[in-house]
Design a protein around this ligand. Sequence first.
Ligand code: ATP
Ligand code: SKM
Ligand code: MG
Length: 203
Amino acid sequence: MNKPLCRSATTSEPQDPGGADAPVGLLLSDEQPIFLVGMMGAGKTTIGRSLARLLDREFLDLDHELEARCGVRVSLIFDIEGEEGFRRRETALLDECSRRPGIILATGGGAVLNAENRRYLRERGVVVYLHATGDELYRRVARDRTRPLLQTPDPRARLQTLLMQREPLYQEVAAITIETGIMPISQVAQSLISLLKKYQSHS
Ligand SMILES: Nc1ncnc2c1ncn2[C@@H]1O[C@H](COP(=O)(O)OP(=O)(O)OP(=O)(O)O)[C@@H](O)[C@H]1O
Ligand SMILES: O=C(O)C1=C[C@@H](O)[C@@H](O)[C@H](O)C1
Ligand SMILES: [Mg+2]
């Protein structure tokens, strides 16, 4: 990770003060990071961005940040350094970014594979697991050919296998799990805010 930081855009669109989103300023400590975990296609980037807008927080996508710093796509990092090289970079970046106060961080789909990463996530913020079934995930990512782990003859089966292997790890780190398969994106973000409020009132 030798390249200088190139921060991705901060979402700071103002909220409608009288609108349905008005009370969200009361949500959690402004300092407490929110980490989104889940499989490829779970909606970490999409929901994360939307949540950051609603909560007026900084949003960062770990994959995008890594690409910005390395100057190449994730798929090329896999090609050149293999998954092992990618994971090393991912852990170093997660360690750094998970310390940022108030951040909403969309992690990479495989970030939970590493025990050290799981510790960073659990200890430094509220972890949200965005869940969807294998079939739903596949519907969402099928047309995107850039995901290195899905470059196989049977990407649907591969996705199912990865989901089965990772499900316990997502559950292990998550303080909140939300089912995303049944709701449109805007509704997932709103429901998540309700769940975060509930979480706050019980912690
Ligand atoms: N709740 C949802 N309902 C329908 N489509 C969704 C939902 N959430 C996300 N999507 C769509 O699924 C696709 C993948 O979403 P997104 O890129 O946010 O997933 P991701 O979790 O960030 O995946 P990756 O780990 O590969 O970065 C996008 O086209 C997005 O619009
Ligand atoms: O599920 C995974 O292991 C990955 C998901 C993406 O977010 C990227 O981090 C990368 O393609 C690996
Ligand atoms: Mg993403």
